[in-house]
Design a protein around this ligand. Structure first.
Ligand code: AMP
Length: 399
């Protein structure tokens, strides 16, 4: 894998450093930040830059304003939260390009921080418009990408800008993401156990195909497991099955057999009589072993599966987890996902949580600080783990 240059490899003193961060944080109706995890995740990079006398120009998107100046997506309140964490002022600029921004940047002292307004107030950001990218690039001497969660998109601030800046490097968060989801997966400590779950087999099939050649064991739960069980001729009742993915599931099962990967599927299930996804409402629940009776819907792995998976996980030196084992948003079907969160949080093991819903689940379980790494990316993590190059990473300088 290409080793990307980071801020630690360059000199930052006196430089105007355009730093693309991921401040796409949840806000309440009044615009207050309700979860500052993404702001906190960017602090090591920002603090390193200020301590090394850079002029730090932060830029991010927030929500989907579709190219309109929509004040509910303003980053103004994020600047306040960031200033508190940094313990220093953060000058908020009400635009991300233009004369006023240039003037403010030209007056920056070494070690100071400005935050630009939401990049997506301009349609040109997601269109990766070269003129817009050039304007962003003209603000700085050095470009830093610390927004792993946006690196799978070739946008002006993640890819286009690098064509107009001489020095393009990764921040520390980006570096960590590339290490845990990239180099460590390519050369895993063994036994390496991959746990996959989530809604759809079709969403994860590329992931399965890429990881099956690297893992010692693959444990499959969540709704996607029903497609695998159906492929093996096991009854799944009214559980969601993607018929089109059955041949693909069979292929993966055969491949696992051929190359000696231990592929484990659920042996028991939490089931319900009805499930209304919109309301997240379920009917009466019970547990069954083996197949799922007609009319019943699987909503979580059962306790025996949780045990089986946990015992397998105990043998691992390295673990990658992506996707919940059941409808973890509902208490009655969250036990399987919680059991996995607990099982992977073992000292002395490299445990990697692949972001998205599994990231949310590990945080809610209270085990997030007991695992080695929780990715901040959703779509980007998935694409990277599938083995796809990310445009925002490819655009950076090689060390
Ligand atoms: P993904 O984004 O593919 O990782 O899928 C996450 C979603 O899968 C979560 O919202 C879970 O509620 C859902 N999920 C997991 N297991 C099941 C299941 N047995 N039935 C329906 N949805 C499920």
């Amino acid at each position: 894998m290409r080793k990307i240059k980071t801020i630690a490899d360059i000199s930052c003193t006196d430089k105007r450093v355009f730093t693309r961060v991921d401040f796409n944080v949840p806000l309440d109706e009044k615009g207050n930040v309700t979860d500052g995890a993404r702001i906190i995740a960017a602090l090591p990079t920002i603090q390193y830059l200020t301590q090394n006398n850079a002029k730090v120009i932060l830029a991010s998107h927030l929500g989907r304003p579709n190219g309109e100046r929509t004040m509910k997506y303003s980053l103004r309140n994020v600047a306040l939260v960031l200033a508190k964490h940094l313990g220093q002022p953060v000058l908020f600029l009400s635009d991300c390009i233009g004369e006023e921004v240039h003037n403010a940047v030209s007056k920056m002292a070494n070690g100071s921080v400005v935050l630009l307004e939401n990049l997506r107030f301009y349609r040109e950001e997601i269109d990766n418009d070269p003129e817009f990218a050039k304007k962003l690039g003209s603000l700085c001497d050095t470009y830093v990408n610390d927004a792993f969660g946006s690196a799978h998109r070739a946008h002006a601030s993640t890819e286009g800008i690098t064509k107009f800046v001489r020095e393009n490097v990764a921040g520390f968060l980006m570096e960590k993401e590339l290490e845990f989801l990239g180099s460590k997966i390519l050369q895993p400590e063994r036994p390496f156990i991959v746990i996959l779950g989530g809604a759809k087999a079709s969403d994860k099939i590329k992931l399965i195909n890429n990881l099956i050649t690297k893992a010692n064991s693959m444990l499959i739960g969540g709704a996607m497991a029903y497609t695998f069980l159906a492929a093996k001729g096991i009854s799944v009742g009214n559980s969601p099955v993607e018929e089109s993915q059955i041949p693909v599931a069979l292929e993966a099962i055969k491949k696992a057999q051929d190359i000696g990967v231990n592929l484990l599927l659920p042996v028991d299930h939490v089931i319900t009589s009805s499930f209304a996804p919109e309301q997240k409402a379920i009917g009466a629940i019970s547990t069954v072993q083996g197949g799922i009776p007609q009319q019943a819907i699987g909503i979580d792995i059962g306790p025996e599966t949780a045990d089986l998976f946990s015992r397998e996980i105990e043998t691992a030196k390295m673990i990658l987890w992506n996707g919940p084992m059941g409808i973890f948003e509902i208490k009655e079907s969250s036990a399987g996902t919680l059991a996995i969160a607990k099982a992977i949080a073992r000292p002395g093991v490299t445990s990697i949580v692949g972001g998205g819903d599994s990231g949310k689940a590990i945080r809610e379980s209270g085990y997030a600080n007991k695992v080695s790494f929780v990715s901040t990316g959703g779509g980007a993590s998935l694409e990277f783990l599938e083995g796809n190059p990310l445009p925002g990473v490819e655009a950076l300088d090689v060390a």
